[in-house]
Ligand binder design. Structure first.
Ligand SMILES: *Cc1c(COP(=O)(O)O)cnc(C)c1O
Length: 371
């Protein structure tokens, strides 16, 4: 029986050829391919500026630096996400303040944000978790009431929309990733979007060693980073972008198969609000408390299926536990439960209906053997 991995990157021969062509040209680092990709994403998302970077952590890091967030500042982040969302706050010397999530869609709960706002709060980083846009309207309202910046962590959510507006347009910044686990990949890669010209200019300077060009003369005006994307990666992503809608539609059709056939009293499937499209970076379920998730992962692996946990309860990770000593189970019960009992099931372009039926059968068997 063939092994069904958790993820197979959406990479086609034409994407590889696009990268190879650029490699042969000898023009490797940030150049015209990066610029072409930025234009392509600006058009696709309807955003004024897209700035390519080396990955989706670099983009978040630069966003915080550009907004002047640092020591003494607090930034509200969801308690359940990939840890990078909070790590970048630590990197600029600010303090991440965790908000619990909703287990229906695994996104930050706007209700949980209010009580966390203090005099030091400067920004919110809502995550569009697993490819579904969060309740961004409520978050924008809170942000404008309290004069806070919003950085959308849309690492998993390229192509996600809400009321027909693309993720990446809702905040001061939108941050995307092209890691192999995301919809489109160049191995490593990231994109930062903003509708603010001054912020865009600042990011372009920060990305490239702090260099500003005045009449073609180089001036170093910031202690910047090297967070550039290479031109061959840009060509790969640009090639993948041509299939973005198709990739999302394929994954939506596959998710429908899960919804149709995955019906188990001890399994909660995710819900999708009507006015948002799910781009299905991950199909994430919740197992009943009675089930030992680790044993399910092991049992399914033996049956040739790769499943794993979906994201972390960040304050429960060693670094954060040691530093902030927060009782995650009490303070963030939904994030904690999603971390303990959550399971990401395979979902990628090349998955077949038979594969999904086999995954569901295997899950059901693994649960039966435990309960
Ligand atoms: C993947 C991911 C990141 C980090 O992106 P990289 O490109 O791997 O650095 C950040 N936030 C979230 C929510 C992610 O899923």
């Amino acid at each position: 029986m063939n092994f069904i991995p958790l993820m197979v990157p959406s990479l086609q021969e034409e994407d590889i050829q696009a990268a190879v062509k650029v490699m042969r040209s000898g023009m490797l680092v940030q150049g015209k391919e990066v610029e072409a990709l930025e234009n392509k994403i600006e058009t696709k998302l309807g955003v004024r500026n897209a700035i390519a970077a080396s990955n989706g952590t670099a983009t978040l890091h630069m966003a915080l630096v550009a907004l002047g967030i640092g020591k003494g500042d607090e930034v509200i982040v969801p308690a359940f996400s990939y840890t990078a969302t909070a790590n970048v706050v630590e990197l600029v010397g600010a303090k991440p303040v965790f908000a619990d999530i909703d287990t229906k869609d695994f996104n930050i709960n706007p209700q949980a944000i209010h009580p966390l706002i203090s005099r030091n709060t400067k920004a919110i980083i809502p995550v569009h978790e697993f490819g579904l846009a969060c309740d961004i309207a409520s978050i924008r309202q809170i942000a404008s009431d309290h004069h806070l910046f919003v950085i959308e962590d849309a690492a998993c959510a390229l192509g996600a929309q809400q009321n027909n507006c693309h993720a990446g347009n809702f905040g001061d910044f939108g941050s995307f990733s092209f890691h192999p686990r995301k919809a489109i990949t160049s191995g490593e890669g990231g994109m930062l979007t903003t509708n603010n010209e001054q912020l865009a200019e600042k990011i372009r300077i920060l990305r490239n060693h702090g260099i500003q060009y005045n009449n073609a003369k180089m001036d170093f005006v910031e202690a910047g980073f090297n967070y550039r994307m290479t031109d061959f990666q840009a060509a790969m992503v640009a090639s993948g972008m041509d299939r973005l809608d198709e990739i999302i539609q394929t994954k939506q059709a596959l998710a429908e198969i899960y919804f149709e056939f995955l019906d188990h009293p001890l399994v909660e499937v995710p819900s999708v609000p009507k006015y948002r499209n799910h781009t299905w970076q991950t199909f994430h379920i919740l197992l009943h408390e009675r089930i030992n998730r680790e044993k399910i992962i092991e049992a399914m692996k033996v049956q040739g299926i790769g499943v794993n946990y979906g994201a972390q309860c960040i304050p429960a990770q060693t670094y954060y536990k040691n530093k902030y000593k927060l009782n995650s189970k009490e303070l963030y019960p939904n994030a904690f439960r999603s971390y303990q009992q959550g399971l990401a099931l395979p979902l990628y372009e090349r998955l077949k209906k038979e594969d999904i039926l086999r995954i569901i059968q295997s899950l059901s068997n693994a649960i039966s053997n435990q309960c």
